[in-house]
Write a protein that binds this ligand. Structure first.
Ligand SMILES: Cc1cc2nc3c(=O)[nH]c(=O)nc-3n(C[C@H](O)[C@H](O)[C@H](O)COP(=O)(O)OP(=O)(O)OC[C@H]3O[C@@H](n4cnc5c(N)ncnc54)[C@H](O)[C@@H]3O)c2cc1C
Length: 459
């Protein structure tokens, strides 16, 4: 250890005990990388605070020593934002967890940042509410991580992104100051809305420690269908019709056949008797039965907009449909790269074609598959060319983000920028916007200790 490390450790050890400060073999392997699997190093010190005060103590000491800190939540991020350098201190939030309060009259939940999303969802359900944030990583990701990445997910079409469901939050600044902005009111126009600074800031402006979430009434039932389509224009038309004609439309996701076939095979399911260019998954919530969805799909079939449809007859079948959409088979693909981009809905089909052509020019045998939250203009692209090195990763990024730029899209719809997309941020943000972001970072974290090198490219 260097002298500076000795000094920092001595300062921390005066105020935090061995259950909070872990080193060497005590540091869990999961601290190396988020779900992008791009992290290479464990940090030299791993801090596991149980209280907000302990977060503040750790940050104050690191700031005084100008020491880099990486913030870790559930480690399900896909942008490398929580990956540490060997010389970093990690502050991990998993022990700062638990639900503090559910206010049934107001429909709010107050909870600590390290609470796992699924735990919070279950608590809301037990109290008769729906917690509107939901994503495939629900069993591991934390509310703090969801807020820090402004996560999207499968309910955005109905309830918006994480930002739309947060009423208040508490965050600790780099110098240890606790900003408690735990608003519970829907209307509160009292100066700058400070929580917005931290939502989506990916741990670069402060560590989120607590939050107030707006809950929704628990839907009385749901219906799920898989719908086969012959072309992308029909998918756009179907989405419009569903938005206008289906009460309680809560999900509209699309899979290109390259994704659907691979994923359903991985799940051991044969769902349609032949392949179709596109398959959509449609979900309607708040309805006691399937009647409305069945009538709607019948009309769509008669009008020639859809080729086939399957309506889930049980919760098990509904879960199978969603399992195909969540695509666990992809996790087993070697060197998988996940892209998460936004393109105007009408252009998504053309973009996918252009992007695949561009990728195949250089990687003709690549596995390329498209799927996404179509109702939110959000496309995911799964690319695998087998074992990869950093140069290949960068080349694939450059081709894909080049196509995004050409279609005037966003290089990150919901996963954030982190480290992996940092050098392409200029494809989606102007120099003036980047300069303002740097000024905000400087104001909140003048010594640049929080998640250094993440989100903002070097000036
Ligand atoms: C199977 C799977 C499905 C997914 N589906 C979706 C999806 O549909 N939509 C979507 O948006 N994402 C999705 N993701 C990505 C990921 O789950 C989200 O980005 C999630 O919000 C990250 O939460 P986390 O707690 O795991 O954060 P981490 O991965 O630990 O961290 C993510 C970023 O937030 C920062 N951070 C974490 N906690 C805090 C905190 N308390 N305060 C300040 N900064 C913090 C970290 O430094 C890092 O920059 C998926 C991932 C997987 C593996």
């Amino acid at each position: 250890m260097s002298r500076a490390q000795d000094e920092l450790l001595a300062a921390l050890s005066q105020l935090l005990d061995d259950t909070v400060l872990l080193r060497g073999d005590g540091i869990p392997q999961k601290a190396r990388s988020d779900a992008s699997l791009s992290g290479r190093s464990l940090p030299w010190l791993y801090v596991r605070p149980v209280t907000v005060e302990q977060v503040a103590i750790a940050l104050r000491a690191c700031d005084a020593c100008r020491w880099p800190v990486t913030v870790q939540g559930g480690m399900t991020g896909l942008a490398g934002g929580a990956n540490p350098e060997r010389s970093d201190v990690v502050i991990a939030l998993d022990r700062l967890s638990g639900i503090e309060d559910i206010d049934s009259a107001a429909g709010t939940m107050t909870l600590r940042a390290g609470t796992v999303l699924e735990v919070a969802q279950k608590a809301a359900e037990d109290a008769g509410f729906l917690l509107p944030i939901d994503l495939g990583a629900r069993g591991s990701c934390q509310i703090g991580g969801n807020i820090a990445t402004n996560a999207g997910g499968i309910r955005v079409i109905r309830h918006g992104v994480t930002r739309d469901n947060i009423l208040g939050l508490e965050a600790v600044l780099a110098n240890g100051t606790v900003i408690s902005s735990m608003n519970r009111l829907r209307k509160n126009n009292t100066g700058y809305d400070l929580k917005q600074l931290f939502i989506g800031s990916e741990g670069t402006l402060g560590i989120i420690t607590r939050a107030v979430i707006r809950l929704q009434p628990l839907p009385s039932g749901k219906a799920t269908a898989l719908v086969a389509l012959s072309n992308y224009d029909h998918a756009v038309a179907l989405l419009k019709r569903a938005q206008a004609g289906l009460v309680g439309l809560s999900a509209f996701e699309i899979m290109w056949d390259n994704y659907f076939s691979f994923s359903s095979k991985g799940e051991g399911l044969t769902l349609f008797d032949r392949s179709h260019p596109f398959v959509a998954i449609i979900e309607q919530s708040g309805t006691p039965d399937n009647d409305n969805l069945e009538t709607f799909l019948g009309t769509m079939f008669e009008e020639g907009l859809i080729e086939d449809a399957l309506i889930a007859q049980s919760e098990k079948e509904s879960r199978q449909f969603w399992a195909v959409r969540e695509g666990a088979a992809y996790d087993r693909l070697e060197g998988l790269i996940n892209f998460d981009v936004s393109i105007a809905i009408g252009q998504l089909g053309a973009f996918a074609e252009a992007c695949e052509i561009a990728l195949r020019e250089k990687y003709p045998d690549a596995h390329i598959a498209f799927f996404g939250h179509m109702g939110d203009s959000n496309l995911h692209i799964a690319v695998s060319v087998g074992p990869t090195d950093d140069a290949t990763l960068h080349a694939i990024d450059a081709i894909t983000y080049g196509a995004v730029k050409q279609f005037k899209g966003s290089i990150s719809a919901e996963h954030g920028i982190g480290l992996l997309k940092r050098d392409f941020l200029g494809h989606s943000r102007s120099p003036e916007e980047l300069a303002l972001m740097r000024s905000i970072k400087k104001a909140l974290d003048p010594h640049g200790i929080l998640n250094p090198g993440k989100v903002l490219p070097p000036a």
